[in-house]
Design a binder for this molecule. Structure first.
Ligand SMILES: [Zn+2]
Length: 227
């Protein structure tokens, strides 16, 4: 069942997700396609759902404000890459986008495909994030098999049992300390494949300010995922 949730004059698709295990109604905003997912436990009446959705309105409004701040990469705009502002400029002679570190310019061809743009960011992410992960692994006395940079929209990173760490290139859109924290977080999974107290102790030792990074990601992460 799909319906809409009207908020601030905007119709947001609302998907119902019945769940046998859920204990209560819960609402989640998917930043990827700006839709709402309502988890519905067994034996909930439609009036309970209506009342719940009404109570959620301020929360939805707040979430929408966050995703509205989408970063746009177009001529004249500025984009922050690993803490440095780059100006986007069209260069008629170019076929592919490229970054100029000396002038802090992101040169765009007249018609820039998203894939080409992502490739530029991915390259930058490989250069910046890989050493972060490697340094953290060394500090933890762990070995990494591989670091891969991907275009993941649902998560910032992952660590597999085969010691491969995957990171989202979108981390370069975040402040350096936040990107650094995610690298440390994933490297710490080489030691603890969970989010136990022992895991967070390791993270805290390598990244004492990790809690503020988590807060930043919670507040701004959705808009980064929509670039
Ligand atoms: Zn984790």
């Amino acid at each position: 069942m799909v319906t809409v949730f009207t908020c601030q004059g905007q119709d947001i698709p609302l998907k119902y997700k019945p769940s046998q295990r859920a204990k209560r109604l819960s609402l989640r905003l998917s930043p990827k396609d700006v839709s709402l997912v309502l988890t519905v436990p067994p034996r909930v009446s439609s009036s309970q759902i209506t009342a719940f959705l009404k109570r959620c309105t301020p929360w939805v409004e707040n979430q929408l404000r966050k995703v509205a701040k989408t970063i746009s990469i177009k001529p004249g705009e500025k984009v922050s890459l690993h803490g440095t502002m780059f100006e986007c400029r069209v260069d008629p002679l170019r076929r592919k986008p490229s970054l100029c570190q000396a002038t802090h310019t992101l040169h765009l061809p007249p018609r820039c495909g998203q894939k080409d743009l992502y490739d530029v960011f991915k390259k930058m992410a490989i250069k910046i994030l890989t050493p972060y992960v490697e340094k953290a692994a060394i500090a933890l006395g762990q070995r990494i098999e591989k670091v891969t940079i991907r275009d993941t929209k649902s998560r910032w990173g992952s660590c597999s049992t085969s010691k491969t760490i995957s990171l989202s290139w979108r981390l370069i859109l975040a402040p350096p300390e936040v990107a650094h924290y995610v690298c440390i977080h994933e490297a710490a999974h080489l030691l603890h494949m969970n989010h136990s107290r022992a895991f967070w102790k390791v993270v805290g030792e390598l990244c004492p300010g990790y809690k503020s990074c988590q807060k930043w990601l919670k507040a701004h992460g959705p808009s980064l995922m929509r670039v």
